[in-house]
Design a protein around this ligand. Structure first.
Ligand code: THU
Length: 139
């Protein structure tokens, strides 16, 4: 666990804009809770995801996992940062923390709260601080 908050990545404006834009596409008829996520690879590419709910409820996919899937499908696995945009408390759920941990425990997690009165810049944390002692296999 690190003691100080990491700095925002240089391209955080672009990352946040992408997360906010893709949030508009969220399919959340059951919860009405719209989430957008945009991740940045070490090569500077951005991949996006939104939550997609399902009548079965358990089949729902979170925005973060969809963004990871888009990156992996494009052959990009080196994830440096992810920005999550939503109204309220923009922290990734436990399943998404574990899912992200697979690809880089040290990735930066930018928390973009869209509520009025929220800080102008996203909070920036390390994934390893959100998921201490996360589970990994050594394939
Ligand atoms: N959700 C996400 O997309 N990411 C999270 O980290 C938390 C939850 C979605 C899933 C569901 O569609 C809605 O938010 C309410 O839980």
């Amino acid at each position: 666990m690190s003691n100080s908050s990491p700095s925002l990545p240089d391209s955080w404006h672009d990352l946040r804009a992408a997360a906010r834009a893709v949030r508009e596409a969220a399919y959340a008829p059951y919860s009405q809770f719209h989430v957008g996520a945009a991740l940045l690879t070490s090569r500077g590419k951005i991949f996006r995801g939104c939550n997609v709910e399902n009548a079965s409820y358990g089949g729902t996919i979170c925005a973060e996992r969809m963004a990871v899937g888009a990156a992996i499908a494009a052959g990009e696995r080196d994830i440096a940062a992810i920005c999550i945009s939503l109204t309220g408390t923009p922290v990734p759920c436990g399943i998404c923390r574990q899912f992200l941990y697979e690809f880089n425990p040290d990735m930066l997690v930018l928390l973009d709260d869209l509520n009025d009165g929220a800080p102008a810049e996203p909070e920036c944390l390390r994934l390893s601080d959100l998921l201490p002692r996360g589970f990994r296999l050594d394939p």
